[in-house]
Design a protein around this ligand. Sequence first.
Ligand SMILES: Nc1ncnc2c1ncn2[C@@H]1O[C@H](COP(=O)(O)OP(=O)(O)OP(=O)(O)O)[C@@H](O)[C@H]1O
Length: 283
Amino acid sequence: MSVANVLREEPVPAVTPGEAPAAKAPPLLRIKDVRLEYTTKTKTVVAIDNISIDVPDNQFAVIVGPSGCGKSSLLYLVAGLNEPTSGEILLGNEEIDGPGPDRGMVFQSYTLFPWLTVRENVEFGLKRRHVPAAEREDIVNRYLNETGLAAFHDAYPKQLSGGMMQRVAIARALANDPKILLMDEPFGALDSQTRNSMQKLLLRVWEQHKKTVLFVTHDIDEAILLGDRIYVMTARPGRLKEEVVVPIARPRNMDMVMDPSFIAVKRRILELLKNEIKDDDEH
Ligand SMILES: Nc1ncnc2c1ncn2[C@@H]1O[C@H](COP(=O)(O)OP(=O)(O)OP(=O)(O)O)[C@@H](O)[C@H]1O
């Protein structure tokens, strides 16, 4: 559901969110005073301004914000695909200065290698790191099973639906055992039914591994369903408006979208976004 759609929903009674269990682990990801400018021939655009975020280990962190506020740009900085104009980003205690296998990426667009089978795609990073064949096979089989792909292990990407391709992308990212999974609207191109089943799958897989995730989405329901904490950004230049902790117990499922605690969090996020969405068309 888009932000605009959510904003048109009927009002619901106000409910105060309860306290979430405090995150005990120290931050795995530290984004410190980050500013990002894009300079083109004619102008300089400040995409992100002075963002500081600490994501604790084993947390599912979600970024929401108006279109063009710098969500993908922030994820690309964490991925090491671009550098901040100022500020720094630390993973563990190390400053990020380029892409690395400690970060697994899943994008909205399909990024599988078309010439490799499902199995070979999932195996790709393991092979590059010279993981022994028997171990590789165990790891790949495990993730193929967990993502429901075992029966399709010999298929090529062009034979798969969008949802199936994203399953492969998730399995491929997890097989490398990254410290953090970076997901940029991974279900944004899927129809709503496939999207729901992918959310279910991701919840199931995440409950199992509790891998730290940084997930970008426009979909507020998706953010609350998946996230432990949601970072709400302002319109461009993107700044952190508020960190909203999601006080909803796990395991979670789709039925929870009608729970008072879910609705209370949604109201809070919509309130935070209300003044930001107005500028949407300018980007
Ligand atoms: N390579 C680039 N050169 C110049 N400007 C850019 C570049 N990439 C992004 N921008 C601008 O930076 C701002 C942030 O873009 P970004 O894609 O990070 O936002 P977003 O929040 O992910 O947007 P959306 O929700 O629409 O996907 C936008 O105004 C965009 O036009």
